[in-house]
Design a protein around this ligand. Structure first.
Ligand code: DGL
Length: 256
C-alpha cells in the first residue's frame, strides 16, 4: 500500500522530501493539482471541490494514509476529509505555536507567511488567538511566491527583489521567528535567509507533519520496514511535462 501526498502543485515536495528521508522503505504517490494551482488565491468552496476530486483520484492507488502537504488545503478541508474517509489523514498548519514560544522568550515578534486563503481562514485565526496572548504575530500573504515556484523560478535576481519589497514594511530586527506557512515557501529558505538577520529562526511544518505521519503509521503497525522505496507522480492535467517538472523540482530540493 502507498502513502499519498497531495498539494496544488510543487510545494508538497518539501514535505515529501522529509518523508522519504525518514521512511526510506515506503511506496509514495504524489498528486499535484496542476489544472487548478494555485489554491491560495481562489474561493474556499471551489478549492474544496478540487481537493475532494484529487482524493478520489488517489483512491485508485491503494493508499494507507494521506498527507495533505498543503497548508491551504488543510485549513479548508481536513475535517471534512476525515469525516469522509477511513484512512489516516495528516495535515499541515503554519508552525505558529513553536514560533511564538521562541520569539516571546526573546521579546521578539513573529512573522507568518502563507497564502491569502490560509491567512483569512478561521482555522488560522483561531490558532493565532489561542497561542498569541501577547499579540506578537503579524501575517504576510505571498501568493506570487507560489507562482514563481510553479514556474521553477529560483533566480536570486528575481526572487530577492520581490521578497525585499514584501519584507520592507517589517523591521526584521524586531522579529524572532519567520514562519513559512505554505509548503511552496521552503524552496526559498535561502532567499529569505539572505534578507533577514541571523537571529531570526525560519520555521516550517514539514518535520512536525512527518513525525505525526510516522506516529500514526506506527500505531497502526503500517510502517514498511524493508524493501525499495517507490515514488509515482500523478497530476490532474496528466501531461508528461507536468511529471517532468515535479521530477526537476524534487531534484532541485534534493541537491540544494
Ligand atoms: N502549497 C500550498 C500551501 O501550503 C498552496 C499554494 C497554492 O496553491 O496557493 O498553502
Amino acid at each position: 500500500m502507498r502513502i499519498a501526498f497531495l498539494d496544488s502543485g510543487l510545494g508538497g515536495l518539501t514535505v515529501l522530501k522529509e518523508a522519504m528521508d525518514r521512511l526510506p522503505h515506503e511506496r509514495f504517490v504524489y498528486f499535484a493539482d496542476t489544472l487548478h494551482v494555485p489554491y491560495g488565491t481562489k474561493p474556499k468552496e471551489e478549492v474544496k471541490q478540487y481537493i475532494f476530486r484529487a482524493v478520489e483520484t488517489l483512491l485508485a492507488y491503494d493508499i494507507k494514509a494521506l498527507v495533505i502537504a498543503c497548508n491551504t488545503a488543510t485549513s479548508i478541508a481536513v475535517e471534512d476529509l476525515r469525516a469522509a474517509y477511513g484512512f489516516p489523514i495528516v495535515g499541515m498548519e503554519p508552525a505558529v505555536k513553536p514560533a511564538v514560544a521562541k520569539a516571546a522568550s526573546a521579546h521578539k515578534r513573529v512573522l507568518v507567511t502563507a497564502t491569502p486563503l490560509t491567512l483569512r481562514e478561521a482555522k488560522f485565526q483561531e490558532l493565532v488567538a489561542k497561542v498569541d496572548e501577547e499579540h506578537l504575530v503579524d501575517s504576510l500573504p505571498l501568493p506570487e511566491l507560489v507562482q514563481f515556484c510553479e514556474e521553477l523560478q529560483f533566480d536570486d535576481e528575481v526572487i530577492l527583489p520581490y521578497l525585499e519589497q514584501k519584507l520592507a514594511p517589517y523591521d526584521m530586527r524586531q522579529y524572532g521567528s519567520l514562519v513559512l506557512g505554505c509548503t511552496h515557501f521552503p524552496f526559498y529558505r535561502e532567499h529569505f535567509r539572505k534578507l533577514i538577520p541571523g537571529h531570526v529562526e525560519v520555521m516550517d511544518g514539514s518535520f512536525g507533519t512527518i513525525k505525526r505521519l510516522q506516529q500514526v503509521l506506527g500505531e497502526a503497525g503500517a510502517i514498511k520496514e524493508r524493501g525499495e522505496s517507490e515514488l509515482i507522480w500523478v497530476t490532474s492535467g496528466g501531461k508528461p511535462e507536468e511529471a517532468r517538472s515535479l521530477e526537476k523540482a524534487f531534484h532541485f530540493l534534493q541537491t540544494k
